[in-house]
Design a binder for this molecule. Structure first.
Ligand code: GLC
Length: 563
């Protein structure tokens, strides 16, 4: 029997919330957010309905890539606090029923990491083989650099030993040689360490790069190893170390089409990543938003592989901490989204994405923003929020690069949006200005306004959590005549819901026929008052306002649930 046969697969209907500590809440007035600051806001997060916190890297780091360049995987950057503060955060979160996952960077370290310092010191160093070196001049790899403009290739020449080392990201982020068993062991040791401190899983960074065998075999000293074995090792380790009743999860960043993602779940065996972000659905959602046409999204959802192993799950998101990448769309589709939502060059990133947050892309239209979050929570899978989304924060384009969306959390109208008492010039990042600034958008004000996005997201999160068919169920796209509308049904056992979203500003009437439903069945509106009878023969007509949305539970006669 597999361990997970008896495990609580809690992540299958969790509400995940991603926090950048740096910009969340500064408890000691130094301008930098910290662990005690976040701990003070756990009750706020519990109120929003969050059930799992994802902490972006908080490890010691020279911060050339927002902490994704780690110099000590076991440490806590003293700017954020110490291990005591970390354990206290985990304790308080667990007390409120919130699990905690942390970023695990398996593809690279900082060039300041002791492994790399030793590796570059000499060709005979025992750490030489922790990284990927080549002695011959590399070909032009400018197309492969993840940060074009900052790097012109993926190999950098190192004077000391006169060889080149591999880095898919910045040259200050050398790629680990993940084919090396010692590296694998060092990574599992890191997982063991944080699990012991109480974490419930990991968000694994840049997974396809970490098992990129082409580059590994390109460096002649490496023998071929089955790349996916590495992920199996991580998963096995995780299962051995997390208790049988509440299994820890690994949520991988695999920005690939659905069919290619399958191998990262471990196909039918499901023995690799437990979760993956669905980048296809994300990008097609934005194409659908741009066109006000639900068909691209409906197609992406329909072609998403179903019948995966029960332990696996997709994570849905609208925005994350990076650029909103559109690299899985065709060039023409990408241009459509960019032209619609990022008309100015300054709003774009590396020709492939946007450095904006969603409310600004929608010109602050509250109906459209609320519809988008309703859609997010209604999709099959687990929703992931990026901090500040729940109150409708915008970006600050004056902040360079991807950091434009990583500005201080807006708690109140006070100085620095209530994020910090430091002088504004000391802040980790500049606060948003203009219509999305803290005078207009902040958590304190949103709490007092029953119509706020914050209350809407809270309602959606609670509804999502008590509708297991959304996280666990099977999807059917329902036929109806409007291309502006996505109507889908989620079913798990005898529980079923119908979810309808109007992506356009036009008001529409959606006829729905639910075949095979017995007499007396009703559709109960879960977000507002109302119900309508279902007739197996005749279509039920549901009216949607512009950007309207409905969550309708199929209630059969005798259904005992509290609705
Ligand atoms: C992932 C992270 C991103 C980071 C990169 C390199 O894509 O999400 O922020 O820059 O990996 O670590």
């Amino acid at each position: 029997m597999r361990i997970t046969d008896t495990a609580d697969l809690w992540y299958k209907n969790a509400v995940i919330y991603c926090v950048d500590l740096e910009t969340y809440l500064d408890s000691d007035g130094d301008g930098i957010g910290d662990l005690p600051g976040l701990t003070q806001r756990i009750d706020y997060l519990a109120d929003v309905g969050v059930s799992c916190l994802w902490l972006m890297p908080f490890y010691p780091s020279p911060r050339r890539d927002n902490g994704y360049d780690i110099s000590d995987m076991f440490g806590v950057d003293p700017r954020y606090g110490d291990h005591g503060d970390f354990v206290e955060l985990v304790r308080v979160a667990h007390d409120r029923g919130i699990r905690v996952i942390v970023d695990l960077v398996i593809n690279h370290t900082s060039d300041q990491h002791p492994w790399f310092r030793r590796s570059r010191a000499s060709k005979d160093s025992p750490y030489r083989d922790f990284y990927v070196w080549r002695s011959d001049t590399p070909p032009d790899t400018s197309e492969e650099a993840m940060f074009p403009g900052q790097e012109d290739g993926i190999w950098t020449y190192d004077e000391k030993t006169e060889e080149w080392y591999l880095h898919h990201f910045l040259h200050t982020q050398p790629d680990l040689n993940t084919a090396n068993p010692q590296v694998r062991e060092a990574i599992t040791k890191t997982m063991g360490f944080w699990l012991q401190l109480g974490v419930d899983g990991f968000r694994v960074d840049a997974v396809p790069f970490a098992i990129n065998q082409t580059t590994l075999t390109g460096a002649d000293q490496h023998e071929f190893v089955e790349p996916h074995d590495y992920l199996r090792t991580l998963r096995d380790f995780l299962q051995r170390r997390s208790s049988g009743t509440s299994s820890a999860m690994i949520l991988g960043e695999v920005n690939l089409p659905h069919q290619d993602q399958l191998a990262f779940f471990g196909g039918e065996d499901g023995d690799q990543l437990t979760m993956q972000f669905d980048f296809t659905v994300n990008q097609k959602t934005f194409l659908s938003f741009a066109r006000e046409d639900a068909r691209p999204l409906a197609e992406a959802l329909s072609e998403r592989p179903q019948n995966l192993s029960v332990e696996t799950q997709y994570a849905n998101f609208l925005r994350n901490h990076d650029e909103l990448t559109l690299d899985l769309l065709s060039a023409q589709e990408r241009d459509e989204v960019l032209d619609t939502f990022a008309p100015e060059e300054d709003m774009r990133f590396a020709g492939r994405g946007l450095r904006r947050r969603l409310p600004a892309m929608f010109d602050g239209d509250p109906r459209r923003i609320k519809m988008a979050y309703s859609l997010l929570f209604s999709l099959p899978g687990t929703p992931v929020l990026f901090y500040g989304e729940e109150i409708g924060m915008g970006e600050n384009l004056e902040v360079p690069g991807r950091e434009a969306v990583r500005t201080p959390m807006q708690w109140s109208q006070d100085k620095n949006g209530g994020f910090s008492s430091a002088r504004p010039s000391k802040l980790a990042r500049k606060v948003v200005k203009g219509p999305f600034g803290p005078e207009h958008v902040n958590a304190a004000q949103a709490r007092r306004d029953p119509d706020s996005l914050l209350h809407h997201v809270g309602r959606l999160a609670r509804r999502y959590r008590d509708c297991p068919e959304l996280g666990w169920g099977e999807l059917t796209i329902l036929d109806q005549p409007h291309h502006e509308v996505l109507a889908h049904r989620m079913t798990s056992g005898d529980q079923s819901m119908v979810l309808i979203h109007n992506l356009s500003p036009k008001s529409l009437v959606v006829p729905l026929t639910l075949h095979d439903e017995e007499k007396g069945t009703e559709l109960i509106d879960l977000l507002q008052d109302g119900a309508c009878a279902v007739d197996a023969e005749q279509a039920t007509e549901v009216t949607l306002e512009g950007y309207g949305y409905r969550w309708l539970r199929v209630k059969r006669p005798g259904d005992p649930r509290l609705l």
